[in-house]
Design a protein. Structure first.
Length: 263
């Protein structure tokens, strides 16, 4: 089963066991065992895509530290989102190592991600803009739904669906804002263009998978090979997202004089 690394937050202890059995050479010991670190090494070798994507979540964080004096508040929030996602996956990995289910934690993490995403775009739009009000309203609806899903439902599909939908809507609204204001001289030197491109790619690239989350998690309906195929595709999407966002943070140095001044 997958190691639950790098945003593979659709995994459960059931598929963890399936994966270890499928790979044959991966034998899990209790997390408190002296052999835990050996288990981790074997799992990294068995699921390299997961491990790479897990580490890539820190790439935007490291770039933001390097470019910290050029970061605006919304870009600081972007780095906070990726740091949060890295810590979330670390917690999920820990539960996986304990061979425990982590669905409740995953539903709670959806709420954190949507809140941080809302902060990013609230700071990116003009506060007097109607779009900002829509962002806040949609975020309120999304967080409310995710909260209800967290406490009253046992399905991940609803939470993951709303989370991805938030990424898609907010990034598209920002692209529309760029075109509407027409103030940016070179869009390739505008950090939030790259960040929003990464968010849109992540949202669209994993959107269809979220619709079948519960089906994929049902080991009695989904062969492990099929589950792993979809999850590995998700990991590659996360790779690309992290790289796009990192590029956005890198070009933050060029953004200060990248605006047309209207008189």
């Amino acid at each position: 089963m997958t190691i639950l690394l790098a945003g593979k937050t659709l995994a459960t202890a059931t598929h963890w066991a399936m994966g270890c059995h499928a790979h044959g050479n991966v034998e899990i010991h209790p997390a408190h065992s002296k052999l835990m670190w050996d288990d981790i090494k074997r799992l990294i070798l068995a699921f390299p895509l997961d491990f790479i994507a897990y580490l890539l979540l820190l790439l935007p964080v490291f770039i933001s530290i390097y470019r910290q004096k050029f970061l605006t508040r919304n870009l600081v929030a972007v780095s906070a989102l990726f740091l949060a996602r890295f810590l979330e996956d670390t917690v999920l990995n820990y539960y996986a190592m304990l061979n425990k289910f982590n669905l409740d934690q995953q539903r709670g993490f959806f709420i954190i991600d949507v809140i941080l995403l809302t902060v990013i775009y609230y700071l990116s739009f003009s506060r007097k803009d109607m779009v900002t009000r829509f962002v806040l309203f949609f975020a309120f609806v999304a967080v409310s739904f995710l909260t209800l899903n967290c406490f009253f439902y046992k399905s991940l599909s609803g939470g993951s669906f709303f989370s991805r939908l938030t990424y898609i809507i907010f990034s598209l609204l920002y692209f529309n804002n760029i075109l509407a204001e027409n103030r940016i001289k070179n869009v390739l030197k505008h950090p939030m263009f790259w960040v929003s491109a990464g968010f849109l790619f992540f949202g669209m690239g994993t959107f269809m998978t979220t619709l079948f989350t519960d089906y994929l998690l049902d080991a009695s309906k989904t062969p492990y090979a099929t589950y792993e195929l979809f999850m590995n595709m998700n990991q590659i999407v996360i790779w690309i997202q992290c790289i796009l966002v990192a590029v956005g943070l890198w070009v933050s140095k060029c953004d200060k004089n990248n605006y047309i001044q209207f008189t």
